[in-house]
Write a protein of this length. Structure first.
Lengths: 367, 249
């Protein structure tokens, strides 16, 4: 026990003396939260729009005025021919063009039907869809204003409630993802690097020749990163609550218990990587490219898994972060209890046991 | 603690280690006396490291007998580890820890008490002349000092035997000489020294040496006797004649 404490103290010296490690450890969560919270927003604002108005009548002007006052659009100088529209799309100054045919108001008044053309830059399909929806809503509300009294005989009026996130706070979706990502980086990458470093410097040999049990080397290596990861979790949760206004609905104890389970899975993965590599660079590369990218892309917090080809969906099933993401979302955002996430917990626990067993076995044979 | 079965520091009888068809260590037999400085020589790939790993309790022999500090290499590895010290050719202290922190760490790993570590480490840095540097990071020390410190740390827990794997690689001749003074001091204190080296002048500092060729033990005697036997006046001569017998490179 005394030996273990001496070892763990040494590990903390390593962490606190290495500026790079410290930066990854505590700079990363803050940067990630800030990035995802403020910079990366799926909301689209100030879309450049050009209006080509052949009609020049009251109706078209009223509609343009509505577009102008919407915070989503920034109406650019009017265009005078079609070539210019394409030119502006190419240079990227507009994402959308709104074209009124001649006699717009007349058509509307006489036949009760008028057409308006919307052209969007679909090289970014998400933005294009959002633009169309926004413009559609503006046109619909103008129509409603034209005939406020007319009652359509049959109406289906949707009453929408966006559960668990009524105010459409974008932070809610990615916070669980960011937590998973950070654990993956901190626990997996830093652990694997710290074990491999001992191999590189030759100190591992000395440790193996000492009466210190090899298993205890692994324990001593993982304990500091477990502690640091939990501190990280606290930092992220505090930032989420006080900076991004996320409300934690479920039990904090369950949240921490599940997180510790996930951290242990990540640590085991880190040990496994370190047992199979001999240089810090390789270990870093494997844990960054092999673990971080899939976590980012295939966990479901950036891109919905349901839309992916089956092969990616299949791959996502072997990622621990996928299950952790489901669990933490359920507990943190929906306030669900253990009975709702026991299946994912079981899978995660199974992965942890499996990875840890393999890591320990591998470590034995490298003696 | 179990009684040592004899008063030899190390005994090997027909010790072999085979990897598939490859005989890394082939039937070596040797005895090392307590307090002796024993040179373990051989070209690269002759099987020195494999033999040393067995004696340090890091791997098992395929056949043969061996005891270290009286303990059997087959089933008393833990006891062996508690009674030996080890220093490798690679520099083996933590560069980002201070001199004192390194000592405290290794002392702690060997289970010494805090008060013991404190007393011994003060004396040790005093003897090494590192008192003013004890709060410095090891990475800032010159290589020669690092090696001397690494050796002192390897015998800090007062092992019965210390294994040195090419301890003076890359060190200048003056520092090497000083390093050997430390080895003599340790031997005078009763610590058995088992050392591998490529420097033939160092081989002459040993009480006895053995030379391994292709996994076999081709010579074992005092440096003077060996020179007589091979009819040459330097250890270089002895070594070259033996090394020419090697079939595998």
């Amino acid at each position: 026990m005394k030996q273990l404490l001496a070892f763990i103290r040494k590990e903390f010296y390593h962490v606190f003396r290495d500026k790079r490690t410290l930066l990854i450890l505590f700079g990363l969560p803050v940067v990630q939260i800030a990035l995802f919270g403020f910079a990366l927003s799926s909301e689209v604002k100030n879309i450049g729009i050009a209006v080509f108005d052949h009609a020049h009548d009251v109706t078209s002007q009223q509609i343009i005025q509505r577009v102008r006052t919407s915070s989503y659009f920034e109406v650019k100088d009017p265009v005078i021919n079609y070539d210019e529209i394409e030119e502006r799309f190419k240079e990227g100054s507009i994402k959308c063009a709104l074209i009124f045919p001649p006699n717009f108001a007349e058509d509307l008044g006489r036949s009760g039907r008028a057409q308006v053309q919307i052209i969007t830059d679909a090289s970014d399909p998400n933005t294009a869809t959002i633009v169309v929806n926004y413009l559609g809503a503006i046109l619909a509300s103008y129509q409603h204003q034209l005939n406020p009294t007319i009652q359509i005989p049959y109406q289906i009026i949707p009453q929408v409630r966006q559960l668990y996130n009524e105010e459409q706070n974008g932070s809610l979706n990615f916070i669980p993802g960011v937590i998973a990502l950070i654990f993956m980086i901190v626990s997996t990458a830093l652990t694997s690097v710290s074990v491999v470093r001992e191999k590189e410097t030759g100190t591992m040999e000395i440790l193996l020749v000492s009466p210190f049990k090899p298993i205890m080397v692994l324990v001593a290596k993982t304990v500091p990163y477990l502690v640091l990861s939990i501190i990280n979790l606290i930092i992220i949760l505090l930032l989420s609550v006080f900076l991004l206004g996320v409300e934690i609905r479920g039990s904090l104890i369950l949240l921490f218990a599940e997180s510790i389970l996930f951290i242990i899975t990540c640590l085991s993965l880190g040990l496994l990587i370190s047992n199979n590599t001999n240089s810090q660079k390789t270990a870093m590369l494997i844990s960054m490219m092999g673990m971080m990218l899939p976590t980012l892309l295939l966990t479901g917090f950036m891109f919905p898994l349901e839309n992916m080809p089956w092969i990616f969906q299949a791959v996502s099933h072997i990622l621990p972060s996928r299950y952790y993401y489901i669990i933490i979302k359920a507990v943190m955002l929906k306030g669900l209890g253990f009975s709702y996430v026991w299946k994912e917990t079981l899978i995660l626990a199974g992965m942890a046991v499996f990875l840890l067993t393999v890591a320990l076995k591998k470590f034995k044979t490298t003696l | 603690m179990e009684k040592a079965v004899n008063n030899k520091a190390i005994t090997c009888k027909n010790l072999s280690k085979q990897f598939g068809d490859f005989k890394a260590v082939d039937q070596i037999t040797l005895d090392v006396n307590q307090g002796e400085i024993f040179g373990f020589l051989g070209a690269n790939g002759a099987g020195k490291t494999t033999a040393m790993r067995i004696l340090c309790g890091l791997s098992y022999p395929t056949s043969g007998e061996a005891t270290v500090a009286g303990f059997n290499v087959y089933n008393q590895q833990e006891k062996i580890k508690a009674n030996i010290g080890y220093m490798s050719q690679k520099f083996s202290l933590y560069e980002t820890l201070t001199v004192m922190e390194n000592i405290e760490f290794y002392g702690g790993v060997y289970g010494l008490s805090r008060s013991e570590i404190k007393v011994r480490s003060e004396r040790m840095v005093g003897t090494l002349g590192l008192t003013n540097e004890k709060k410095k990071l090891v990475g800032e020390l010159p290589l020669g000092w690092k090696q001397k410190l690494a050796f002192s740390v390897a015998i800090f827990h007062r092992p019965k035997i210390v294994f040195l794997d090419e301890p003076t690689g890359g060190v200048d001749p003056v520092t090497r000489r000083q390093f050997w003074d430390l080895i003599y001091e340790a031997a005078a204190d009763g610590i058995t020294v088992f050392v591998t080296t490529h420097y033939m002048d160092e081989a002459e500092y040993c009480n006895r040496i053995s030379v391994m060729v292709d996994g076999r033990m081709e010579a074992l005697d005092t440096p003077a006797n060996l020179q007589k036997e091979f009819n040459t006046n330097s250890m270089d001569g002895v070594f070259l004649q033996l090394a020419r017998r090697a079939k595998r490179s």
